[in-house]
Design a protein around this ligand. Sequence first.
Ligand code: AMP
Ligand code: MG
Length: 285
Amino acid sequence: MNIKDYCYDGDRKFSPKNFNTADTAEYKKKRDGSVRLMENLRKMASLQDKLYAENKESVLIIFQAMDAAGKDSAIKNVMSGMNPHGVSVHDFKSPSSEELEHDYLWRANRALPERGNIGIFNRSYYEDVLVVKVRQLHRFNLPSRCVDDDIFKRRYRQINDYERYLYENGVRIIKLFLNISKDEQKARFLARIENQEKNWKFSDSDIKERTLWDQYQTAYKEAINATSTSYAPWYVIPADKKWFSRVLISEIIVNVLEDIKPQYPVLSKEATALLSEHRQQLLNE
Ligand code: AMP
Ligand code: MG
């Protein structure tokens, strides 16, 4: 598995039509991928420990997807490889009345991870160029001078500027689009309806959004192609097979953490000398 095959950093276009959502790379079955997944979760834990100790870079992991693509379970899986101390998950729902009183990046900015931390966004400001675009929700709050046919083009530019700003200020951004097929979504919705323990996961709005499938596919395609950059690349994750999406996601996160090369802080000579003094003092008690 080569994560470059799934990476969009501006050099090529993402086309949903030519994307195999059931891809599992060289792995045939869940069992084949599980060794790699375990290895990655172990590496993640050790790298996160160093990232936290170093307290310099932070990592922002953005999850976007259609309903039932497996965001929640993928997040649960990633979290299982990390020390909860130093990781946060933030869900972006329909904006509250307070959030609607502000520009669309306001709520995201407040939820950014601190230095040394990993922040997971379950949905994100990308909703403001996805659901907002498909449903034309932007018309309600903005002054008329800000609303015209180019509003989403401007938002793509604003997002690129914002992500560049974050990158230049110590935030690494990993953007994951969990891409499922329409058939797989149908199967998962049916499972949510037929299995009582899964009923709570299903909402009326899921069916309504599904009727807009094609509009969402276009919105994702446009948003991803307009915001694929070297400093904040998109990864499109084949998500029909949940087990494979987990292996790939873990691989991507480990790759970025390794690239950061976090190190435990090394004490100065003076601090080391002081430590041996303290040691002696304790031994002399
Ligand atoms: P879920 O992730 O299933 O809990 O659903 C959250 C819902 O909030 C989804 O239907 C999103 O499309 C919606 N949502 C998130 N951000 C926004 C936004 N900025 N404007 C409108 N709806 C949003
Ligand atoms: Mg939902």
